[in-house]
Design a protein around this ligand. Structure first.
Ligand SMILES: C[S@@+](CC[C@H](N)C(=O)[O-])C[C@H]1O[C@@H](n2cnc3c(N)ncnc32)[C@H](O)[C@@H]1O
Length: 487
């Protein structure tokens, strides 16, 4: 969400938008379609956005920004002023250093007007207090925030450059330097601000032949970032909000320019939306600090390896100690956790369970003799999904569910209370974040509930099938049947 509390000098919000557009229009090569305008969407918690003033046709150009005006490592003069090779830091941290530099230059920066429209406070999970994060208890997202890792990277790579060049990075807020505890905290805060802007606003700037995509990451730095295209802040393009499948515009990266075009007809008064991707609400909250119901179809739950092992009766999930795990690890088919998406009504369980998860469940269901046989062949078993596998998965999901302190009904009631206009004051950070956390955990519990229903159906269908085939004198023990999974 972005309301008044997120922006510097929020009393001059409209004036800043106007000055930003005046500045941007004055830059050589920039083209702005007069049919669009920046809108103040703070009342709906969406900060600034771009709306159509008049009807726009599919394919119509909304604006053009030459690559030279992108706030990036390539375009900032910092790279010529420091002895470090900034690009070696990777796309995230190099842009972070450049943004700290440009921000600290104040009015001297070519992007000064741009910084004035960017928020300074965020609802991304990096900034949540332990009490706020407790509202997400049970969700795997809490383990993906990566604050500690981000701070280690900042202190290891960004801080030495900043501290070695005090004339380029003058300390702020009356500080003597970015050294010592206070200086370090100020630098970390600045770095987190820029890191969060990069996470929620930056584009991957492609070399013309690359693909356009925003990548996944923990903290601000992904493991796979080497060799990626660079990141850049694209003025105006990043004022477009997004709302799942409501996207009606897209950026096209050409040789010298970046062009935002309508990809559908857009009516006068409609908001112009970019596409941030099919992101579960947990991850949307982590990266962008907001949620909307339209992202609910992309919700996922994540079942951990340790819950699956516990559900299968293993005493621990230690790869060295558990032969089925060691076997899969050696085949490079073992993960720490497995995401399961929200099923749509037409999905079968096996449509939505990843192959690696099916394989793990199957392997854990094998008798010691059959496991030994597979191991001697050095081949994974065929990942069929029967009653034994469904039972392990169901138990693992029950363990997942037990981590949430509230029920679906309680969450629904809390959310209804918080949705009352009197209860939701945008200036009340805790309540705003709590409302978003409830939507995330409620969505995950709904996914669990759907999965329990599907598992119960699968188990009873299989049991009925087996019963139909069973001879009349069969002494099958009913008590060994799995109990129905309760949501
Ligand atoms: C790329 S920026 C878009 C411009 C932003 N609204 C602003 O005022 O600076 C992304 C941020 O916009 C906000 N945002 C984007 N789409 C939104 C939506 N549909 N509803 C609420 N907030 C949204 C979130 O705070 C997100 O981190």
């Amino acid at each position: 969400m972005s309301s008044t509390t997120h922006f510097p000098d929020a009393n001059h919000f409209q004036q800043q938008s106007d000055e930003f557009i005046t500045w941007l229009s004055s830059l050589p090569g920039v083209k702005l379609n007069p049919k669009i305008q920046i809108a103040d969407l703070r009342a709906s918690g969406a900060g600034r956005g771009v709306v159509a003033r008049l009807d726009l046709e599919e394919g119509e150009e909304l604006f053009t920004i030459p690559r030279a005006h992108v706030l990036s490592v390539q375009n900032s003069k910092l790279k010529g002023l420091v002895s470090h090779d900034l690009e070696e830091l990777g796309p995230w941290l190099s842009l972070m250093v450049v943004m700290i530099y440009e921000y600290l230059r104040g009015d001297q920066s070519p992007w000064a007007q741009y910084f004035r429209v960017l928020p300074r406070n965020f609802d991304t999970l990096m900034f949540w207090s332990p009490a706020e994060l407790a509202e997400l208890q049970g969700s795997a997202i809490v383990n993906k925030i990566g604050r500690q890792g981000a701070e280690e990277s900042i202190l290891k790579t960004v801080a030495p450059i900043v501290r070695a060049n005090p004339s380029l990075f003058p300390p702020i807020d009356g500080l003597a330097s970015f050294e010592g505890d206070v200086g370090t905290q100020a630098l970390l805060h600045l770095a987190h601000t820029m890191g969060s802007l990069i996470m929620a606003y930056a584009f991957d700037i492609e070399k013309p032949e690359d693909e356009d995509e925003r990548d996944g990451e923990d903290g601000y730095v992904s493991d796979e970032e080497e060799g990626q295209s660079s990141k850049g802040m694209v003025p105006l393009a990043d004022l477009l909000n997004a709302d799942a499948n409501r996207n009606n515009a897209r950026i096209f990266q050409e040789e010298e320019i970046l062009v935002m075009k309508a990809i559908k007809p857009i009516g006068a008064g409609e908001e112009i939306f970019n596409d941030y991707g099919e992101i579960p609400r947990s991850d949307l909250l982590r990266r962008y600090g907001y949620v909307t119901d339209n992202y609910a179809p992309f919700d996922v739950i994540e079942v951990s390896l340790s819950n699956i092992c516990q559900a299968a009766g293993l005493s621990n999930a230690d790869v060295e100690l558990q032969p089925p795990l060691r076997f899969l690890e050696e085949l490079e088919l073992l993960d720490d956790g497995y995401a399961i998406p929200r099923p749509s009504p037409e999905d079968q369980l096996t449509d939505i369970l990843q192959d690696e998860l099916l394989l793990l469940l199957k392997t854990l269901s094998l008798s010691p003799e059959l496991l030994q046989k597979q191991m001697s062949k050095n081949k994974p078993p065929k990942p069929t999904f029967g009653e034994a596998e469904a039972t392990i998965l169901g138990r693992a999901l029950e363990l997942n569910q037990a981590h949430y302190p509230t029920t679906i009904a309680q969450d629904q009631e809390l959310l209804a209370q918080l949705s009352q206009p009197a209860a939701l004051n945008p200036a009340d950070t805790y309540m705003r974040r709590k409302a978003m956390a409830i939507q995330v955990r409620l969505g995950e519990k709904e996914v669990l509930q759907n999965l329990f229903t599907m598992l119960n159906n699968q188990i009873s269908n299989q049991a009925n099938g087996t019963a139909a085939k069973r001879p009349a004198n069969d002494d099958h023990d009913e008590s060994r049947r799995p109990k129905a999974f309760r949501s």
